[in-house]
Structure formats: structure tokens, C-alpha cells
Unconditional design. Structure first.
Length: 339
């Protein structure tokens, strides 16, 4: 009986912990995680780091991070990238880590329009600790105590490793962009139970937007006047994985060197399952030395509550190499959100 309960518990643990990938509010600040077709899309060498602390107000929190490097090889019309993702859940020491290599090919399909076709291969590990797990058979509800017990029935090998494949397409010109990506196409087995098969669900994402150029201003730095770039962009990101789906809608104002953004995450019109997850605000800065810094905060709108959860903090840092590492430098790139 205890082994059966262990199997049931582990299945629930896997479904809740692995059923959905980590998500970033600043998903354009982690472009390779969003879509491998973004590799090289900035047409410069760049390096970025993302860190997210979700629900810090709870006793048990969820932390996620991502780091990437990508470069556009101009004479090959190709982008290459390296990405490292990870997450950690304190409730059961659930840790996910992934290292991937991405490649994209850029195809010119019109006057100023391009199509990136990308793919990524990854090596991933998943691990968990069941030592402090309490089985339902150990609960004495009448007395309100937890009976002593062992972790017999739980697997001794608590780490899983596997290979994974992602792919995507990205279309853009100087005003609009649209992309679609599929992750975990091989649906690797993530079950801890010997002989059991629990596939990691495919994550599908559709994302896009439009950018409007605003009248340029003038920045007076007391030495000279420079023209100030001003743009307003609207974007969306819809993602689905297994039984779960989510929609992000937002706007971003670029008032060089300041970026202001606001997002809504949820599906409030969904019949039978209203989903209002978060309202997100973002502040970013772009510096002349190539450093770009963004901070966002999620105000929880779900039943979990903002005061209880503490929302979510997210920080991203990106560096566009002023002196291109190799090959010619091109600043055009695509018109998507900065963060």
C-alpha cells in the first residue's frame, strides 16, 4: 500500500513540477528560451542573464535562471547560440538544469523581410529529494499528528538525464514580427518509477507584435544635442503545454535610454476556468557601452493573492558587444521588445 501511495505521490509531484516549463515575464530578454530561431536575430554578438524569484512571500519559493550567448555570422546568414537554463523548488529540492546549442538560418523573403528557421539540441537533468516527504498513510487526522515512517518505496536514483530537441520559426521586418516555437519535441521520459513512462509535454508558443516609431526628441547632455529614439510596441505571447495554457499581452515604450513596459498575463474569458494570473510592470535602461538592464515585478491577480505570494521579482542583464567579436557589425536586427 505504501509503495502504491509513493507511486501516486511521485506522479503528482512530477506532473506539477515538470508539467510546465519555467516562464519569464521578460521573455524577450531570454530570446533563445522563447524560440531558438532568435539565435543571431540581433545581428550582433550578445550575452544575457535572467533571474526570477517567484512567490517570495511563501515559505517555499521557486527560483529560475537563464544565461545565453548568441552571434550572427553575416557571410553565412546564420545565427549560433549557447543557452543554460535552470530552476529550483525548495519544497522538495526539485532542480531542473539544461544546456543547449542553437542554430538558425536567415532567409530573405522580400524587401526588408526575413525568416529565421531555428533548432536547438539540449542535454537536461532533473533531480528531486523525497527524504522529507510525508505519505498519506503517515497522517493521523484524528490526533493531528504525523506518524513516523520511512521512505521505502521511493526510488533511490533521484536524478534523470535526457536529450531534448526544440525548433522554431521567426518572421520579421522593420515593423512587425511573428514567431512560433515547439519545445520538447522528443517528449523525453521524466518518470522516476522504473518501467513507467511519463513524457515531458510539448510546449508550443506563438508570439509577435508591432512597433510604431514616435517623433524623435533631442537629448541635451550639455556638450552636444543627440537625436533621441522613441518607439511604442505592442506584443503578445501565447503558450500551451499539456493541459495548461497562458496568454501575455503588453506594451513597451522606448524613450531612449529608458524602457517602460506593462503586461497582463491570463485568460479571463476562458469558460469554466477563469485565469487571471498577474499584472506585470517593467523598467529598463540601455547604456551606450552596450549594457542593458531590466527589472520587472509581477502583481499576483490569482486566488493565491498578492499579499500572500509576494508576487515575483525578475532581473535581466544583457550586453551587446560594441566591438563585434568577429565578422562585420550590423545594428539593424528585428523590431521586437527589448525585454
Amino acid at each position: 500500500m505504501r509503495k502504491l501511495l509513493a507511486v501516486i505521490f511521485i506522479s503528482l509531484l512530477i506532473k506539477s513540477g515538470y508539467g510546465q516549463d519555467i516562464q519569464f515575464s521578460q521573455f524577450y530578454a531570454s530570446p533563445l528560451f522563447l524560440n531558438p530561431a532568435f539565435a543571431g536575430s540581433a545581428e550582433v554578438s550578445r550575452f544575457g542573464i535572467n533571474f526570477r524569484n517567484q512567490w517570495p512571500g511563501l515559505d517555499q519559493t521557486f527560483i529560475a535562471y537563464s544565461a545565453y550567448f548568441d552571434h550572427f555570422v553575416n557571410n553565412k546568414n546564420s545565427g549560433i547560440g549557447l543557452i543554460i537554463n535552470g530552476s529550483y523548488q525548495t519544497l522538495n529540492n526539485l532542480a531542473n538544469n539544461e544546456v543547449g546549442l542553437a542554430y538558425s538560418y536567415r532567409l530573405k523573403i522580400g524587401n526588408g523581410s526575413f525568416l529565421h528557421m531555428g533548432a536547438q539540441g539540449s542535454y537536461a537533468t532533473r533531480s528531486a529529494a523525497f527524504d522529507e516527504v510525508v505519505l498519506s498513510a503517515q497522517l493521523d487526522i484524528d490526533r493531528g499528528v504525523v506518524l513516523p515512517g520511512s521512505v521505502n518505496g521511493f526510488p533511490e536514483d533521484r536524478t534523470r538525464t535526457f536529450l531534448d530537441v526544440h525548433s522554431g520559426l521567426l518572421f520579421y521586418n522593420d515593423k512587425v514580427w511573428f514567431g512560433v516555437s515547439g519545445h520538447h519535441l522528443t517528449q523525453p521520459n521524466i518518470s522516476y518509477i522504473e518501467g513507467d513512462f511519463d513524457p515531458l509535454e510539448i510546449r508550443v508558443s506563438m508570439h509577435g507584435g508591432v512597433k510604431f516609431d514616435l517623433p524623435r526628441g533631442v537629448i541635451n547632455d550639455f556638450l552636444n544635442n543627440t537625436r533621441q529614439e522613441r518607439t511604442l510596441a505592442f506584443a503578445f505571447n501565447y503558450k500551451r503545454q499539456g493541459l495548461f495554457d497562458q496568454l501575455d499581452l503588453g506594451a513597451e515604450l522606448f524613450f531612449d535610454p529608458v524602457i517602460l513596459g506593462v503586461w497582463y498575463r491570463g485568460l479571463p474569458t476562458r469558460i469554466g476556468l477563469p485565469n487571471n494570473e498577474a499584472l506585470i510592470v517593467m523598467l529598463g535602461f540601455l547604456f551606450e557601452n552596450g549594457v542593458q538592464v531590466g527589472y520587472s515585478y509581477d502583481f499576483t491577480l490569482s486566488a493565491l493573492g498578492w499579499r500572500n505570494s509576494g508576487g515575483a521579482h525578475e532581473v535581466s542583464v544583457r550586453y551587446d558587444f560594441i566591438q563585434q567579436l568577429w565578422g562585420p557589425r550590423n545594428r539593424k536586427g528585428l523590431p521586437s521588445f527589448k525585454f
